[in-house]
Design a protein around this ligand. Structure first.
Ligand code: SIN
Length: 514
């Protein structure tokens, strides 16, 4: 029986950052159900938020994060994120990472929604996630045993501690893989919705794996809908970054009327939940919404990925109008962890979008997610490196049982239910219906799910994740950030509070000399 030091499930930015930050000599395995290049991080256009300009200060990034998050954030985690962020990015730059710079070799800083200052670093224009993952891949590939196209069926828990994962490969071969530390970096759950910026594989299985093993989860009701996905024939076909609005694009109706005027003081750069709800409201009334890019300088060079996406989907950029709609983008909730990525199960960790560190609160501030993956991926690795090995005694394992199937909802069924019952606007009666329906389906599932075939297990994970999100959304009886209940008024007039948060921060900065 081989025991790795660290086994990481997932291959996105947070997974790579954990591998990068572990001391040399550690035996690391990385396991992913698709290709190692398939992750939401690879699709991330928008950049990394970090304080780089002289007029900016970490306290401002802090208060922007908390205001966007409707004060539902973990303040200690936010402070660590925004203070460690610029140092860590400088360290990456010193070790060879290239962010977009001006002719004087100073990093270019973009603007995005709900940020008080320009503080978004990009790489490759609008291919920041891909550039960062590729950079960390180069740094780590020689020290990681990569296993692709292998699905985790369940976590192996012995004496209350996680000791590995049970997996199945494409040929149906079942294995047990053991490690001193197991890290879930399985990404988000956007593909539980029909309209999403996420990869196909983002179905929330990390939530299901952790829940089935008995780990605590948190804030599952908070799902961010990005306001501007490109629409083709009524379907979302890719992301149009918020950075486009940061450079001057505005949201308009087919008649050219600006839709965000008078809705929020930040207009087109209001927090994502506010913008998404306004577009959704207009679309519900039968209007088509466009991003008008006439004021964006040098669009095609600045946004090569989006230009390509538009061209492939027949959008004529010479007309300056890109048709858009909101779609599921980011899960603020997830597997509950402390700042070191530790879950409630010893030796089980979670990082990146699968985890809930509490930094994002009820609505994530733009470009804080790549930053989270870097900052807390590093911290989790440090924690693992500190812990002495503990012998592992696995129980009996059978890989040869006859596999059975079970009728569970398909991905399409779940997507339709999630959009209509747990979408941009929710209410008690549809949430209750959804919870009951999924509960009935899950009641049929046996405890040892590895006895089922691969497709059934995937459906069990999707149904479990959808059930947990719906139940949390039913239980939160208020409207806050991305969780909007039509049966409860918005409880927090957050923009009026922003000044108070900033003042509180300024006092703190003065006391600790930040
Ligand atoms: C975007 O570029 O709009 C997405 C980036 C993010 O979600 O932070």
């Amino acid at each position: 029986m081989y025991v790795y030091d660290v086994l990481i499930v997932g291959s996105g930015l947070a997974a790579r950052m954990v591998a990068h930050s572990l001391p040399k000599g550690k035996h690391i395995a990385m396991l992913t159900k698709h290709s190692k290049w398939s992750s939401n991080s690879m699709l991330a256009q928008g950049g990394v938020a970090a304080v780089f300009s002289k007029e900016d200060h970490w306290s401002s990034h802090y208060s922007d994060t908390i205001t966007a998050g409707c004060e539902h954030n973990d303040e200690q985690a936010v402070e660590y994120l925004v203070r460690r962020g610029p140092q860590l990015i400088n360290e990456l730059i010193r070790s060879g990472m290239r962010f977009d710079c001006n002719e004087q070799n100073e990093v270019l800083l973009g603007q995005e929604g709900a940020h008080t200052y320009r503080r978004i670093l990009h790489a490759g224009g609008d291919a920041t996630g891909k550039a960062l993952v590729s950079f960390l891949y180069q740094k780590t590939e020689h020290r990681v045993d990569m296993m692709e196209y292998e699905t985790v069926q369940e976590l192996i828990i012995e004496n209350g501690r996680c000791i590995g994962v049970r997996t199945q490969d494409e040929k149906g071969h079942i294995s047990a893989r053991y490690a001193q530390h197991v890290v879930l970096a399985t990404g988000g759950c956007g593909s539980l919705y029909p309209y999403t910026s996420n990869t196909d594989g983002a179905i929330g299985e990390g939530l299901s794996l952790a829940y089935r093993a008995g780990a605590e989860l948190a804030d599952l009701e908070f799902i961010q809908f990005h306001p501007t996905l490109l629409v083709k024939n009524g379907c979302a076909v890719g992301l149009v970054s918020e950075a486009v609005r940061g450079e001057g694009a505005v949201l308009v109706t087919g008649q050219g009327e600006r839709i965000m005027k008078g809705v929020h003081e930040l207009e087109d750069l209001a927090p994502r939940d506010v913008v998404s709800r306004e577009i959704y409201r207009r679309m519900f009334q039968g209007e088509q919404i466009f991003l008008m890019i006439k004021n964006v300088n040098d669009f095609t060079n600045r946004f090569p990925t989006i230009t390509d996406l538009c061209e492939k989907n027949g959008v004529d950029l010479d007309r300056y109008l890109i048709p858009v709609m909101p779609g599921a983008h980011f899960h603020m909730g997830g597997i509950k962890v402390n700042m070191y990525g530790e879950t409630s199960i010893p030796r089980l960790y979670a990082v990146g979008e699968a985890a809930c560190t509490g930094v994002h609160g009820a609505n994530r501030l733009a470009s804080n997610s790549l930053l989270e993956g870097l900052v807390f991926g590093e911290l989790a690795a440090k924690k693992m490196a500190e812990k002495p090995d503990d012998p592992i005694f696995p129980g009996a394992f059978s890989a040869s049982l006859q596999q059975v199937s079970l009728s569970m909802p398909s991905k399409r069924d779940i997507q339709e239910l999630m959009m209509s019952c747990v979408g941009i606007v929710r209410n008690a009666s549809s949430l209750k219906r959804m919870v009951r329906l999924l509960e009935e389906r899950l009641d049929q599932v046996e405890e040892n799910i590895w006895r089922y075939d691969r497709e059934t297990i995937k459906r069990i994970h999707m149904t479990t994740a959808a059930y947990l999100i719906s139940k949390s959304a039913f239980e939160r009886e208020e409207s806050r950030g991305s969780h909007f209940r039509s049966d409860f008024p918005v409880s927090l007039p957050r923009w009026e509070k922003k000044q108070l948060i900033q003042e509180r921060m300024n006092r703190k900065v003065n006391v600790i000399g930040g």
